[in-house]
Design a protein around this ligand. Structure first.
Ligand SMILES: [Zn+2]
Ligand SMILES: [Zn+2]
Length: 196
């Protein structure tokens, strides 16, 4: 991910269009606003959704968005707003093969069978992923030092570290004031203790 990229802010005209399109599909205004104020346009052409309540650019593999009793993948939502509902029995597939991408231009509706064939062609089916000899899904090499075996297969340690760092950063963002106050108090106490 590119930590320097800021979410793209639609112009007034773009907002009007998005809100009208969302309203046509029954998507609440607040959801349209929240989604489209957080979309980061990667130079690769893929779009990613930055998380709520965080300055850290961290993108889940398949982020969801929720309102009321509805829970939807963000890419299904951008597809819905751009194109309307997928035809019955169709699923939304990624032309770019990036599961977190929400760029409607990279999305198409296909049958589940086509989706599975497409996944097989790209080597994305689970047995193929497990059998994939060299790299994790983010492209880190599975060297002995970088691999840990877990009941469900194996984990990439580099990814684990990255996830841990992102989690820590999110925690800090959320509890920044409390953490800083605690640090200040501890420092004050230390200074007091060291003054003769
Ligand atoms: Zn894409
Ligand atoms: Zn990895």
């Amino acid at each position: 991910m590119h930590p320097n990229l800021k979410p793209h802010q639609p112009t007034a005209d773009e907002w009007a269009e998005l809100e009208a399109a969302g309203a046509r599909q029954g998507v609440p205004l607040a959801v349209v606003r929240s989604l489209y104020s957080r979309i980061i346009r990667d130079p690769s052409g893929c779009w990613f959704v930055a998380p709520v309540r965080s300055d850290t650019i961290f993108v889940a593999r398949r982020p969801d968005i929720r309102w009321g009793a509805t829970r939807m993948s963000t890419y299904r939502l951008t597809y819905l707003i751009a194109n309307g509902p997928a035809p019955l029995g169709m699923v939304i597939c990624h032309r770019c093969d990036v599961p977190a991408c929400v760029n409607p231009a990279h999305l198409f509706a296909g049958t589940q069978a086509e989706n599975i064939q497409d996944a097989a062609r790209k080597g994305r089916l689970w047995p193929q992923v497990v059998a994939r000899p060299t790299h994790c899904h983010r492209g880190h090499e599975f060297t002995p030092e970088n691999t840990v075996v877990v009941p469900t297969g194996r984990n990439c340690l580099a990814c684990r570290r990255e996830n841990g760092r992102a989690r820590k950063a999110r925690y800090y963002q959320r509890h920044r004031d409390r953490i800083n106050t605690q640090k200040r108090l501890a420092r004050a106490q230390r200074n007091e203790a060291s003054t003769p």
